[in-house]
Design a protein around this ligand. Sequence first.
Ligand SMILES: Nc1ncnc2c1ncn2[C@@H]1O[C@H](COP(=O)(O)OP(=O)(O)O)[C@@H](O)[C@H]1O
Ligand SMILES: [Mg+2]
Length: 588
Amino acid sequence: MDLTNKTVFRYSISLRIITAFSILIIFFTVFILFVFNGLVKEAHIKVALDEMRDKTHFVENYLIAKYNTLDPDKKLLLEEIKQMAGITGLRVSFIAKDGKVIADSDVNTPQSMDNHKYRVEVMQAEKEGSGHSMRYSHTLETDMFYYAQNYDNYILRMAKPLPEMRASLIRIRQIMIYLGAIILLLSIIIVLFIVASITRPINETINFASQFASGDYTKRISNYSNSEIGMIQRSLNNMADQLVEKINSLVFEQNKLNITIESIADGITVINKEKKIVIVNKAFYKCIDVTRIKVSGLLFFEVIRNRTLNLRIEQSLAQAKPSHFEEELINGRTYDVSINPISEERTLQGVLVVLRDVTEKKKIEKIKTDLVSNMSHELKTPVTIIKGYLETIALNLNNTEQCSGYIRKAIENADRQTSIINDIIKLNMIETSNDFANEKIIIDDLIEGCVNILGQKAQLRDIQLNKKLEAMGEGVVGNKFLAEEIFFNLIDNAINYNLPGGEVNIESSISNNNQLTVKINDTGIGIPKESIDRIFERFYRVDKGRSRESGGTGLGLSIVKHAATLLGWKITVRSDSKGSSFRVIIYL
Ligand SMILES: Nc1ncnc2c1ncn2[C@@H]1O[C@H](COP(=O)(O)OP(=O)(O)O)[C@@H](O)[C@H]1O
Ligand SMILES: [Mg+2]
């Protein structure tokens, strides 16, 4: 309800009550005044009549007492009558039964007066004993009130000018009008108060309702009216409380759902039957490579740019059938896609699309299959070679010199086989075992040990091993076996992939007080750029021949990587045509 409607409603309800009551009050006041006016007039006439009757009796008594005759002297009578008029304050007329005026207090020559036989009051008096009338007197030229009383031989008539009577009536009427006006005014004021007391709670209720409707859920009706409206107000307040409670629980549920959807790592979206995206989580944005725009409310094919996925969504929407497949999306990652129809009362409402990133899983699967084929190949090679030598030996048993050469080669390959098997076992152990004890390692001693073992090999290849180690004192906490594997393999590689006359420099330094860095630099052949990321893979070698020649198995750096992960250390590598540099970063 808007403001205009509200005003119209308020005006109309107050106005209607006020108008209705005002009309009623005015009507009743006028009616009462009218009735009162009649009653007052009647009472007034009655009082006047009584007064005249009394005064008539008085005059009659006086005249009879004085004259005791029915034919008194006319002149004398006139004098008496004038005196009576003076005493009573009325006009007195003495009329004979035949209607002739015998004497009149206001007229000196009654014989000049008209016959009064047919005057209304006279006729009425003759008939009923007394009579009265109000009319214009031509004699006195004014309105008069007449009263006539019939006696045995004459009729006595008294008269009073009407204006006199009217004046007192008008005064009474004025007082009545004033009183009426006051009553009217008071009544209207009372009505206004009553209307205000009725409309106030209504207005309060309307204000509350419109504020609530416009979203202010905190407002309530503070004072209940003690009328029926109070019950409505109480119910409205209760309704508002319940609504707020419902809204809060709905908002809570919605938030819970949003948080749940957002916290899921899989990309989730719900597309309605109008093909619009209605729910979408952050992970989904990543899958479809959209970061900025808000996609909910858009058509799904405006957002998802993968033909297969769009086609399958379209099919699921059309046939209400689930769909499950794997697909590489625009961000270059592979997803396990499942599209499930959402139905309500057997009618399709939309589809739920869940995208699970399986890129890593696929990679691991590939690594596993590659590993199996690599391993079998690596293990088969020395055996094949040994078999070849043994067959040659069998054919040349007489040639001892040649045979001893073949036997040496066969033994070399058997050793290589052993090395490969040893490295596989070692790598497997590092990968699967989790009981590598923590112990104190003195890094300098460890490197010293490796240098001692590998010194001879370096000397044979004319490679100089240099050490510049910072005294570590207390040492670090870790596993000795794992640490040894790391340094041995890195120094071994620095010798193996070096050039005659080259150098291997081993340096250590402490930085930031909590980081020990050991650098193993060589002046060797270096690693091609494209291979740097792959050298830690199992059996990966840049140059297989060279690796084999130096007794490598292709597993050394894999062992280094896993051992470092277990110890919480970090290995970095840099390489160019002048040589390679491996860093072992140890967090103290
Ligand atoms: N210091 C280095 N200089 C040049 N190439 C290296 C160096 N260290 C490792 N590589 C390359 O990385 C490959 C993998 O090393 P590794 O896992 O130790 O296996 P292996 O030494 O048994 O061949 C080596 O074959 C070699 O091509
Ligand atoms: Mg190696």
